[in-house]
Design a protein around this ligand. Structure first.
Ligand code: SF4
Length: 327
């Protein structure tokens, strides 16, 4: 057991200062991922800065946007009346994630920042560039059934595990963060990184930055939405592939679309070109199959995950059909 210091500040400024004072300190909230990482010996922080006393749990609707505090629990958000009325896609994605017990502990900020479930990342006996930069990637020639088909590098082929983040990527979300240099806002689609040459960096957050709020602008997509997740078990399993789909239609013609995929890349995979291709087209299976072809451009599989090249477009079509009400 590694010894570590534990502090529980009640002010945001004090929490950030407590973190930056020690280069090997980490924030902790629900702990549903970090404690596993500590138990497996993947991380060994010298100090935990518990942020649970910070006032970051509020869910409100203001300035035509839903504002969700980073410490709101996944289960609270999924059941919240404002969320269900304004952003049911988010509620669907939250309920598809983890288990009831975990959703009762996991926070919104922690869900966004959870780390990959690549099995080699969790096996400290094997090389992993994300855990130990420069050591190699065991998944490249290993059992890469769960791994990426988009946006990977020769340093890392892991995928981001969050369901909720796939919905957030589709919904034009902004994240408010605070750090030693003050506050800033980041587009959600710019928050997570592709692995490139630095797979150890999951996000574009800088040292000491803390997620405060998630802002979701009102959209015309409240009704025609669907989050579809395919996984090995009906519960408590990460996505093999998932799709967050949202449509706006008028007289059976698509006027706007939002789409993102999970389980396919190092970050939630927004499908902007596919969205554009849908606008002006009639709601039909043919339209959705053409969109799926566009979505899959550039996809490349490894030895054990070629099934994703068929599964992903099929799920995309099914998610769009359900969102459009023609399933
Ligand atoms: Fe590590 Fe990424 Fe390779 Fe998995 S895919 S072993 S996380 S470097």
């Amino acid at each position: 057991m590694n010894q570590f210091q534990y502090v529980q500040p009640t002010k945001q400024k004090a929490a950030i200062e407590a973190l930056v004072k020690n280069a090997n300190a980490q924030f902790i909230a629900g702990g549903t991922n970090l404690l596993d990482l500590m138990k497996h010996g993947i991380v060994a922080p010298e100090k935990l800065v518990d942020i649970n006393k910070l006032p970051l749990k509020k869910i409100s609707h203001e300035n035509s946007s839903l504002r969700i505090g980073a410490l709101a629990l996944n289960s609270e958000v999924a059941d919240n009346k404002l969320v269900l009325a304004k952003q049911p896609l988010l509620a669907q994605a939250l309920n598809a994630g983890a288990s009831g017990q975990l959703r009762n502990m996991a926070t919104m900020g922690g869900n966004i920042l959870q780390r990959t479930r690549c099995p080699y990342f969790y096996d400290i006996a094997l090389p992993c560039n994300k855990r130990e930069p420069g050591s190699g990637c065991s998944a490249l020639a290993g059992f890469n059934r769960m791994h990426a088909i988009f946006g990977y590098s020769d340093k890392c082929i892991a995928v981001h595990p969050s369901d909720m983040s796939v919905a957030l990527a589709a919904l034009d979300v902004t994240v408010v963060v605070a750090g030693p240099q003050g506050e800033r806002q980041i587009l959600f689609t710019d928050l997570h990184r592709l692995p490139g040459d630095q797979p150890e960096k999951d996000t574009t957050l800088t040292r000491g930055e803390l997620i405060l709020d998630i802002i979701i602008p009102d959209t015309p997509f409240a009704q025609q939405v669907h989050y579809l997740k395919v996984r090995d078990r009906a519960s408590y399993a990460f996505a093999l592939v998932s799709v967050a789909a949202a449509l706006a239609t008028q007289n059976n013609i698509i006027t706007a679309a939002r789409l993102a995929m999970g389980g396919v890349a190092h970050k939630p995979w927004r499908l902007s070109e596919t969205e554009k291709s849908l606008v002006g087209k009639p709601v039909s299976e043919k339209t959705f199959q053409e969109a799926a072809e566009i979505a899959m451009r550039g996809a490349q599989a490894f030895t054990h995950n070629a099934y994703k090249l068929k599964l992903a477009p099929n799920i995309l079509v099914e998610a769009l059909k359900t969102a459009a009400g023609i399933a």
